[in-house]
Design a binder for this molecule. Structure first.
Ligand code: ADP
Length: 469
């Protein structure tokens, strides 16, 4: 078991160099992280390439058992890891936050270890036989964002390792400590150099993405950076899985009981203080239920404590960084100036330390307002009124992204009918963002391509091979 102090000390460069890490809730210094160079990256890639054949030579059963041992190691040190995560990312320990994220790390790792992916028989006719099997790709480059820095790291490395690849990961520069801490704990159960992390900013990520030694890049981040990764992949025909976020829509139908769905709607939008790729970012509500839904969400929002992550009672935290705070503040102010109604929030306290932006509900907003059209990635939910369901479906689909979406109704079949018309990788009914390691997850349109989780996620980090005679 690792203590918090051991984790933080092991990450900090011994000579006192490196970059300072500060708690986004308080501005307090919590430790230092290394800044790796291109030569460090090259060394990591060489070590990963050297370790890969030995790792791939283990049986599938042995690799699964090793991944379970890594999950055990994470579970044993979960409390220290959750504390690092809370201090660096800002998310509270409780609620759908740090401890929950550690639980998800363990669940996804065990699921990747246990999901079967047997060879398939394609043809079996007398003398003719063909099978489809899956070989490792080699070294996988993994690039993670700062919102769920531990869980998304597991999403990327678990499947990759299971299929016999080795992994070099670059965590976001905003949450380097969380990435390094998680990987150092997981690596205690793994053979040397099978799973490594390099610390740096986008330029180091770019070097990883363009490396001839990387067979596939798994990238989760913004659309603009995703396009750079696509360009970088061209020279070596590097395979890609891209999860580029979205601007998820929810459509409420006119048969709901607002008081019954308010809590799930709220957490569908405000999970991780709204800093979630597949969270509800714009909600379309019919005239008949509009006032009820706005009132129910506003009163629920008023009951949720926001504050410093390490305080056990908080359920919402600060934004992770100044850049994201500025985006949220700009979009809410512009919506207010355009005549939208702020029913709660929208009034950050300039004297409060940290990047706190209060939970904000915005009603009577134009469907074309920038707060609706842009991914705000913060604790804000615009609620758009509709008269005709066809308009709501059209507005939901007008976006050029399509990661998740949701439909809310007392009638599941009716909701399903609407769900099938929405252009998104996943549509939840009476929930939003309810990810499950057994269900493949990936975006439509500019939310990216490729799938994670389940058998599809394993196939995504493997080379399919047909053997025929
Ligand atoms: P955000 O703006 O929310 O931080 P990004 O898409 O810029 O989102 O970052 C996601 C991850 O991509 C981070 O780890 C970041 O360092 C990395 N990154 C940034 N620029 C590049 C690039 N050109 N190539 C590869 N990775 C990059």
């Amino acid at each position: 078991m690792h203590t918090l102090e051991e984790l933080i000390t092991a990450i900090a460069p011994a000579d006192g160099s490196g970059r300072e890490v500060r708690d986004p809730a308080t501005g307090e210094l919590i430790g230092r992280v290394p800044e790796h160079t291109v030569s460090d990256l090259d060394r990591a890639l060489s070590a990963a390439a050297a370790a890969q054949p030995g790792w791939a030579a283990l049986s599938d059963k042995e690799r699964s058992a090793t991944l379970h041992a890594a999950a055990d190691a994470i579970e044993t040190s979960a409390e220290a890891l959750a504390t690092v995560l809370s201090m660096e990312q800002g998310k509270p320990l409780n609620g759908l936050n740090a401890r929950y994220e550690l639980g998800a790390c363990v669940a996804w790792l065990r699921s990747a270890a246990d999901t079967p992916l047997p060879a398939e028989t394609l043809v079996d006719e007398g003398e003719r036989h063909a099978e489809l099997r899956y070989r490792p790709l080699g070294v996988i480059g993994a690039i993670t964002p700062w919102n769920w820095p531990m869980m998304i790291a597991v999403w990327q490395f678990a499947a990759a390792l299971r299929m016999g690849n080795t992994v070099v990961m670059k965590p976001s520069e905003h949450t380097t400590m969380s990435g390094l801490a998680l990987l150092s704990v997981a690596a205690t159960a793994l053979p040397d150099a099978v799973l490594q992390a390099v610390a740096g900013a986008g330029d180091l990520g770019a070097r990883l993405a363009e490396s001839s030694r990387v067979s596939k890049v798994l990238f989760t981040g913004s659309i603009e950076t995703g396009k750079r990764v696509i360009r970088a992949s061209a020279d070596h025909v590097t395979r890609l899985t891209l999860e580029l976020g979205g601007n998820d829509a929810g459509i409420v139908l006119d048969d709901v009981d607002a008081s019954q769905i308010a809590e799930d709607l709220f957490w569908g939008a405000f999970i991780n203080t709204g800093q979630t790729c597949a969270s509800l970012k714009r909600l379309y509500v019919p005239d008949a239920k509009y006032d009820e839904v706005v009132t129910a969400l506003t009163s629920y929002a008023a009951s949720v404590p926001m504050g410093v992550g390490l305080d056990e009672e908080n359920r919402l935290g600060p934004l992770q960084n100044a850049m994201q705070y500025a985006v949220v503040d700009r979009l809410v102010s512009a919506a207010r100036d355009a005549g939208a109604r702020i029913t709660i929030g929208g009034n950050p306290n300039p004297d409060q330390p940290g990047f706190f932006y209060p939970a904000t509900i915005v009603s009577e907003i134009d469907p074309e307002n920038a707060l609706v059209r842009e991914e705000q990635f913060g604790p804000v939910l615009p609620i758009i009124r509709y008269g005709d369901l066809e308009d709501a479906i059209r507005w939901a689909n007008a976006d050029d992204t399509g990661l998740g979406a949701s439909v809310w109704s007392a009638d599941r079949e009716r909701a399903r009918g609407v769900a099938t018309r929405i252009e998104a990788g996943t549509v939840w009914i009476n929930a939003h963002g309810a990810l499950d390691p057994r269900m493949p997850f990936g975006g439509a349109k500019r939310s990216g391509y490729g799938l994670e989780f389940g058998a599809e996620g394993l196939k995504a980090v493997a080379q399919p091979q047909v053997i025929a005679h």
